[in-house]
Design a protein around this ligand. Structure first.
Ligand code: CUA
Length: 322
């Protein structure tokens, strides 16, 4: 996949005020309504305060029914407050209910496991079997409900793709379900929204919303194992990869079956590397392999000792894993 030119320009890609999903749309609607309603209440309170101050200063005050008028004003204001609060209580219940109802019959179930500091992703088939293991990028068909089953492998993380929905915590030992229904195609950015250690800020992910046909094509490609290596230079790359990287990474179709790090079978098809914070270009991928600790200190990805030949052979090989 080619990287969209503005991928790392966040404008509009990570904004709760530019909804592209049902949940985010409902939240945004409620947000504007609250802003309008509370701004109106605030203006009324200020106006009443100014009025009261002016009356006090007036020499013609203290009419005999002043006490009765004040009591009535307090009763009316209290009543209005209760009505406004009840209205918002009912509205928020209904918004929450509608947003949660988006997964009544999800077209797709995706498990997302938060890890320090990346996201492991499993796509499930209709019977709930895991069919695909990938990382840091979710693809969804537009207009269809998806259930994201959120878990954590270590500490508390939080899944937040503000253009699509509100945030939901990922808690060790629990399975929280987030109902997503994207309404527009596009690439949106998700960010871990719960402090989870020193690289919390570099725990991001891309959510790619596509047409149904585009999604099916993507899924079919991802389900394939890596294409067999034929060129001599790529054989060197694969050999070096098996030696240096396979303990932690899987490339389906080869002997590499490490489970510690992200599955790299189709790493070249992804938009980002390093847990969603670097664009997936040859330069960034090379920098990430050469010195991950300089870019993301504390990451479980170690700086692996290798020769310059091995390094460039691995980089070339990874670039072919579309
Ligand atoms: Cu994961 Cu913050």
């Amino acid at each position: 996949m080619t990287i969209p030119e503005r991928l790392f320009d966040w404008e509009g890609r990570q904004s709760a005020l530019q909804p592209a999903g049902l949940g985010a749309w409902l939240v945004e609607w409620m947000w504007w309504l609250s802003l309008g309603m509370f701004a109106a209440v605030w203006l009324l309170v200020i106006a009443a305060t100014l009025y009261a101050v002016r009356r006090r200063r007036s020499p013609h005050q203290a009419a005999p029914d002043g006490q009765v008028g004040a009591v009535r004003a307090v009763v009316v204001a209290t009543g209005a407050t209760v009505v406004v609060l009840l209205l918002f209580f009912a509205l928020s219940l209904s918004v929450g209910h509608r947003a949660a109802g988006a997964t009544a019959a999800p077209a797709l179930t995706v498990e997302v496991v938060g890890k320090q500091w990346w996201w492991e992703i499993h796509y499930l088939d209709a019977r709930g079997n895991r069919i695909l293991r990938t990382a840091n990028e979710i693809h969804l068909p537009v207009g269809e409900s998806a259930a994201l089953v959120l878990e954590s492998a270590d500490v508390i993380h939080s899944f937040w793709a503000p253009n699509l929905h509100g945030k939901v915590d990922m808690i060790p030992g629990r399975r929280n379900v987030l109902a997503l229904r994207p309404l527009e195609t596009g690439v949106f950015r998700a960010q871990c929204a719960e402090f989870c250690g020193r690289q919390h800020a570099k725990m991001a992910m891309m959510v790619v919303v596509q047409s149904r046909a585009g999604f099916e094509r993507w899924l079919a490609e991802q389900l394939e194992p890596a294409a067999p290596v034929t060129e001599r230079s790529l054989e060197r790359g694969l050999h070096a990869f098996l030696l240096r990287c396979a303990e932690c990474h899987t490339v389906r179709g080869t002997a590499a079956d490490g489970r510690e790090g992200p599955d790299l079978t189709h790493v070249a098809s992804r938009l980002t590397v390093g847990g969603g914070f670097l664009p997936n270009t040859k330069g960034h991928l090379g920098g990430w392999i050469a010195n991950p600790q300089a870019l993301k200190q504390g990451s479980p990805m170690p700086q692996v000792a290798m020769s310059a030949d091995e390094f460039s052979a691995i980089l070339q090989y990874l670039g072919t894993l579309e």
